[in-house]
Each structure stands twice: as C-alpha cells, then as structure tokens.
Design a binder for this molecule. Structure first.
Ligand SMILES: Cc1cc2nc3c(=O)[nH]c(=O)nc-3n(C[C@H](O)[C@H](O)[C@H](O)COP(=O)(O)O)c2cc1C
Length: 168
C-alpha cells in the first residue's frame, strides 16, 4: 500500500535536514502524508507514492549517503515520481548561476538519467563556521565562500508546493 511521500536527506551539519523538514511540513499542509528521514536509514522505498531526495554539497559532491541511496534504490525510483535537490551555495544571487549551471555531481548523472527526476533543484545553503573543523574553515576562507544562513525558505516552500500540486 502506498504510504505517502518520502523526503530523504543527506546532511552533515543540519542545514539540509532542516530544508527536508520544511518540505515535509509543506506537503503535510497540502494534505499529503510525508516521512522525513536520513537517506541512509531507508531500506525500502517501494511503499512510497513519491520520493524527494536532497543532499548538502561539499567540494562539488553530494554526501555519499545520497549517492548510495540513488544507486541502491534506482530500480524502484525509475518507477515512481522523484525530485532531487541540493543545498549548496552561500552568498547572494541565483544558486544555479552561483554554481555555474551545476545541478548534480557528474558521477551521479548516469543514475539520475535512468531515474528521470521530475526536477533537480539547487537551493542556497548555510555554513556556520563555529560548527566546522579547522581544515573546513580554512577551505571556506580559501574559496572566499560567504558564511551564514542563506537558505531561501520562500523558494523551498514554493518548490514543495509545486510538488504537492503535482501529486494531488
Ligand atoms: C568545507 C565545505 C565545502 C563546501 N563545498 C561546497 C561546494 O563545493 N559547493 C556548494 O555549493 N556548497 C559548498 N559548501 C556549502 C554547503 O554545502 C552548504 O552550506 C550546505 O547547506 C550544508 O549543509 P548541511 O548543514 O546539511 O551539511 C561547502 C561547505 C563547507 C563547510
């Protein structure tokens, strides 16, 4: 029996987890049932009506739990509506432009091509320097990435409302 929408996420410091929670909240407000869970805790997706998967981006890559999720469940995911999102760039401006058109890591393009997601969104992320270790702080400084919370809750809400409308 279909039990609703799975919102799976791979997050290191919590910013992506909170985006996933927001998406779940919007889906529930629209009358859908939604499970928001870490991607590595999911063993079977076949009971869900649809899947949304999001990952934080680190050095141009998704967290490995998100890539593993796509590869492990690709057979089932090809048969259901799927949406993907990244939580990445900090700073002002269109997140896709900030990432120069990047939407999904190159290594995951073949599996994404098989799954044919309905959409691949890129959202601004959040970097909290106090949570980072010395090397990560140095990396962020080196690439001159702004720190702070740049998550665009209106954009996230609008995206989730669009998904709810498609599934209604
Ligand atoms: C060391 C480091 C490297 C990062 N590399 C990228 C990157 O290559 N591209 C990007 O868009 N964001 C990058 N980010 C930003 C994070 O992906 C973003 O802040 C994200 O929202 C963090 O999510 P999380 O708290 O769920 O782990 C990086 C952040 C850190 C600390």
């Amino acid at each position: 029996m279909e039990t609703g929408v799975l919102v799976a996420y791979a997050s290191k410091y919590g910013a992506t987890a909170e985006i996933a929670e927001k998406i779940g909240e919007v889906l529930r407000q629209a009358g859908l049932s939604a499970d928001v869970r870490p991607a590595d805790q999911i063993h079977d997706v076949s009971a869900y009506q649809a899947v949304i998967l999001g990952s934080a981006v680190y050095i141009g890559r998704w967290r490995k739990q998100a890539g593993n999720f796509l590869k492990t469940h690709d057979q089932a995911l090809t048969k259901m509506p799927v949406w993907l999102f990244s939580s990445g760039p900090t700073g002002e401006g269109d997140p896709v432009e900030l990432l120069k058109g990047w939407r999904i890591p190159g290594g995951l393009e073949p599996v994404a091509d098989r799954i044919q997601p309905r959409d691949i969104a890129v959202f601004h992320g959040a970097v909290f320097p106090e949570k980072l270790n010395f090397i990560q702080r140095w990396m962020i400084k080196n690439v001159k990435s702004p720190t702070g919370d740049f998550r665009d809750w209106d954009a996230i809400t609008a995206w989730a409302e669009g998904i709810a409308a498609e599934l209604a």
